[in-house]
Design a protein around this ligand. Structure first.
Ligand code: SF4
Length: 711
């Protein structure tokens, strides 16, 4: 049988015949390294710079190993945008590279087939036929006819309505977090469940980090009996620099008014799903009593949360593990131990009532069946419904217990996910009081959920810092058997330059905050950005770390004095703002976190990326405070071990928005004066692409690059 490596060589030979082909040795090298890892079950970390053709480099070995070795490979990205790009653009290209020589590979049973591939993202990104037929029948029928996958981005492009209306309509037709599943009349054609069924059988699955984590949590909760992705031989995590962020989102837990309302609506759905069985069993009063009892507990918890919020007024930390974190002076400053028992009582009651509700529902249906009050088929459907909802509800109940690491006697839960966490009460103006648990060390949870279960490869254009993977390993617990940093294919010395304003032109932002001179700082930033925009003729992407700062500077720009439009990223509609910027070569864009990573504007549109300030995390939020305390307890300096590496990673990501192709060129403007004045400034600069000339005059820098205000 032909080896995966041979298949890869043949696929690249076909690629070399395609129009516009550019030879990239490193792309082929990554493919071969990945194939070795998949074959041997080794795990690897790869820094694969932008422009290398990373997606194709991952897909080719996945396909080759599926064909030659029968391996099942999952490729997961952080953003759905990249997952869709893999699916729509790179996968068809990768498969087409194998087609020309399939006939030559004849075995005893004829030529091998290309592997089955499937796309799967989170369920709420799919349209729900049941909800759509109830609220927007004509729209959903039309969508069902035209959509390939049934996901939100397709809906947005096919429906062709104003953005605000699209969001409202999508809210009506998107799939709920839990649903009757097999009991739904539309289960067979359901977009989401169809994708899941196919994903369990496919040999190559394109998905996102969040699904990989959900799959791992489902396996953990069901002792491996239930999965979303089936048996996985190898997991490739692209955009792996964001994997901790995905873990942060995926492994957090919240008890809030909104979550309690979701529990109630799930209970109503379960109540209705089993309603006809209860009627047949002549047990409606008993069934209603069960539901009413659970609803009363949820209503009580809603009131309890409001009381807690009124008593506290401000956010505060309720508990933290290990004890060294809880005892840390900074954590104690934000602690509200006097509210611990009140908060714990709410969480324990909701958790216990939720488990009791599902347990009693199962007991009642089983009793009706055993007493022959309902037939075998009805009993099976009713028990299936109970089981479907019980998985989600029980999971939520264990989350409630985990909030205070307090599982009532006699209940066996899966236990806490990790050894270090913080539980806090957040007061949010729009969501009211929220009890929330955040993990502060992801190493152990990710090790037990993922790294030890399946061999993996983590890839990103910015995975290494200071030339090593130490920070990645320290923050994720992933220990690769193999690591490789590949060089950039771009010629940074000729394609880009650095601009750092001279000393004294912009005040130190820390000094400005501490001395109450922020107005002076904002004025200086506005002057600087106005100059940059005028000099570059627009095409400036200015990346900020805080909305307050961004809006303050934007307000001072004096737009009437510049000929070029400047867009501002609003609280909603990031994608629309990005599109407007891409469409107008003279426009500039002021944007926040989501634009630091993953935003792509190749070509002339983006001629200057401006990083306004080094994005240091300020430990004011409970999770950040607790993490600092935890690192100190481990004998580490939190700034050196966490804050600075994270900032370096973000600076690499932000500046990486500029050069996306070999034809791109432009300026990286760094406006934070601390890059010149502080020792860490040099370290941050050393992590940017090497060889770029540095200027302290923006006009000279633009002239060096041959950029002038476009006519
Ligand atoms: S199975 Fe669930 S998601 Fe699918 S159509 Fe039915 S209710 Fe909606």
């Amino acid at each position: 049988m032909i080896s995966p490596q041979e298949l890869i060589e043949r696929a690249y030979a076909v690629l070399a015949t395609r129009p516009g082909f550019v030879e990239r040795q490193d792309q082929r090298q990554i493919s071969l390294l990945l194939a070795d890892c998949i074959e041997a079950g080794n795990s690897g970390a790869f820094e694969a710079p932008t422009g290398l053709g990373k997606s194709l480099a991952c897909l080719i070995p996945a396909i080759a190993c599926a064909m030659a070795l029968g391996k099942r490979v999952v490729i997961a990205t952080y953003t759905n945008v990249l997952a869709e790009q893999y699916w729509r653009h790179d996968l068809p290209l990768a498969l087409s590279l194998f087609e020309p020589f399939l006939a030559d590979l004849k075995g005893d049973e004829g030529p091998p087939a290309l592997p089955a591939c499937q796309f799967l993202i989170g369920r709420t990104r799919y349209a729900c036929l049941a909800a759509g037929l109830e609220t927007q029948p004509a729209l959903i029928r039309d969508f069902q006819r035209r959509a390939e996958m049934g996901i939100e981005s397709e809906f947005r492009s096919l429906a062709q309505r104003p953005a605000r209306e699209l969001s409202r309509l999508w809210g009506q037709i998107s799939a709920p977090p839990v649903c009757p599943g097999k009991l739904c009349d539309h289960y067979e054609p359901c977009f989401y469940y169809k994708a899941r069924r196919l994903a369990e059988r496919a040999q190559v699955v394109i998905t996102n980090h969040s699904v990989v984590l959900q799959d791992a949590l489902l396996r953990r909760a069901s002792d491996g009996e239930q999965t979303m992705l089936g048996k996985v031989d190898f997991a490739i995590l692209d955009e792996a620099h964001d994997f901790v962020q995905a873990a942060q989102n995926g492994l957090e837990f919240e008890l809030s008014a909104a979550k309690l309302a979701t529990l109630e609506s799930l209970a109503i759905r379960l109540f209705q799903s089993v309603g006809s069985a209860a009627l047949t069993a002549q047990s409606v009063p008993e069934w209603e009593k069960l539901f009413r009892g659970y609803k009363a507990v949820l209503d009580g918890a809603q009131r309890g949360l409001v009381d807690l919020g009124m008593a506290v007024q401000n956010s505060g930390i309720l508990a933290a593990t290990p004890d060294s974190v809880w005892r840390h002076p900074q954590v104690q400053k934000s602690a509200i131990p006097e509210r611990l028992e009140q908060a714990k009582a709410i969480a324990t009651e909701v958790g216990a009532a939720t488990l009791a509700f599902t347990g009693e529902a199962r007991r009642q249906v089983t009793a009706w069946r055993d007493a022959d009050k309902i037939g075998g088929e009805i009993a099976k459907s009713a028990l299936d419904a109970v089981r479907g909802y019980a998985t989600y509800l029980a999971d939520y109940a264990y989350g409630c217990f985990a909030l205070f690491d307090d599982t009532p006697d006699g209940i066996e839960g899966p236990g806490p996910l990790g050894p270090a966490s913080v539980t806090h009460l957040s007061m949010t103006p729009d969501r009211g009081p929220v009890l929330r648990l955040d993990l502060i060390d992801f190493r152990e949870p990710l090790r037990t959920l993922l790294w030890e279960k399946t061999p993996w490869a983590c890839l990103s254009a910015t995975l290494a810092l200071d030339g090593s993977f130490d920070y990645f390993v320290r923050s994720t617990g992933a220990e690769p058997n193999f690591a490789e940093i590949l060089p950039t294919p771009f010629d940074f010395p000729s394609q880009a330059a650095l601009y750092l304003p001279p000393n004294g032109r912009i005040p130190d932002p820390t000094w400005a905050r501490k001395s109450g001179e922020e107005e002076v700082y904002y004025d200086a930033l506005a002057r600087e950005l106005r100059d940059i925009i005028q000099t570059m003729g627009g095409g400036v992407l200015a990346l900020f770390h805080s909305r307050r700062e961004m809006e303050a500077v934007y307000g001072r720009l004096g737009l009437e004095s510049t000929r070029y439009p400047v867009y501002l990223q609003r609280a909603t509609g990031a994608s629309t703002t990005g599109d407007r910027f891409r469409e107008n070569v003279h426009s500039s864009l002021f944007a926040l976190r989501s634009f630091w990573t993953g935003f792509d504007a190749p070509g002339e549109t983006l001629r200057c990326v401006t990083l306004v300030r080094v994005p240091f995390e300020v430990p004011v939020e409970p999770a950040a405070l607790a993490r600092m305390a935890y690192l100190q307890a481990e004998g580490l300096d939190p700034f050196a071990a966490h804050t600075l590496p994270l900032a370096k990673m973000m600076m690499r990501q932000g500046s990486g928005r500029l050069i996306r192709r070999t034809e791109d060129y432009g300026l990286i403007a760094l406006l934070d004066p601390r890059l010149r004045s502080k020792r860490y400034g040099e370290e941050i600069l050393e992590n940017l692409p090497s060889g770029m000339r540095t200027f302290d005059d923006v006009v000279e820098a633009a002239a060096h690059l041959g950029i002038g205000a476009l006519a």
